[in-house]
Design a protein around this ligand. Structure first.
Ligand code: SAM
Length: 175
């Protein structure tokens, strides 16, 4: 992220949760940039809003309590997106039944593909160990594998020596 995002950029935290990625992105874009953050849980939006305010980062962040599948209605079409981050699955310590889902994740990823700046990145941390996680991962991989290689570079990074079902990262970069 820090190699792609510059001060003044527009970026997206598609799954705000406790706001760790939101705060990190807000620092990277600085007061001249903007972070659009989405989460369906009111508690996540509340916790993130107060953490941002405590660190004086709130003025460069718009938090919206809605699904990331609606991001096209929130982010002005005139602002190309330099980076979008998805941390899929459930919120650690939260309700494990509230998880990201294949269809809404794909809607959001596709909307972002058409708004990415050149060299812009979509990063997805993918978890498969919870109910529905493997279905979501399969749908996502099926989608990204058919993206035109002249338009996007798609990479997957993962642990090869971890037990159970470790998460992996999918990175989509616009050429
Ligand atoms: C793994 S957590 C995110 C953790 C977060 N990055 C952090 O630093 O704490 C996944 C989050 O996605 C949210 N979520 C689930 N479905 C969503 C959707 N359609 N749009 C936006 N957020 C969603 C959940 O409420 C949960 O807070």
């Amino acid at each position: 992220m820090n190699q792609t995002v510059d001060p003044g950029d527009t970026v997206v935290d598609a799954t705000v949760g406790n706001g760790h990625d939101t705060a990190y992105l807000a620092k990277l874009v600085g007061p001249a940039g903007h972070v659009y953050g989405f989460d369906i849980q009111a508690a996540a939006i509340r916790a993130t809003a107060s953490a941002l305010a405590a660190h004086d980062l709130d003025q460069q962040v718009t938090l919206t309590q809605t699904g990331h599948e609606n991001l096209a209605q929130v982010i002005p079409a005139s602002q190309p997106v330099k980076c979008a981050v998805f941390n899929l699955g459930y919120l650690p310590g939260g309700n494990k039944e509230i998880v990201t889902k294949a269809s809404t994740t794909l809607t959001a990823v596709q909307a972002l593909e058409s708004r990415l700046a050149v060299n812009g990145l979509i990063l997805l941390l993918v978890y498969t160990g919870h109910p529905g996680g493997q279905d979501e991962a399969t749908a996502l991989l099926d989608h990204v594998k058919q993206l035109d290689q002249h338009q996007f570079q798609v990479l997957q990074y993962g642990f090869l020596n971890q037990v159970h079902r470790p998460p992996y990262l999918v990175a989509i970069q616009k050429r």
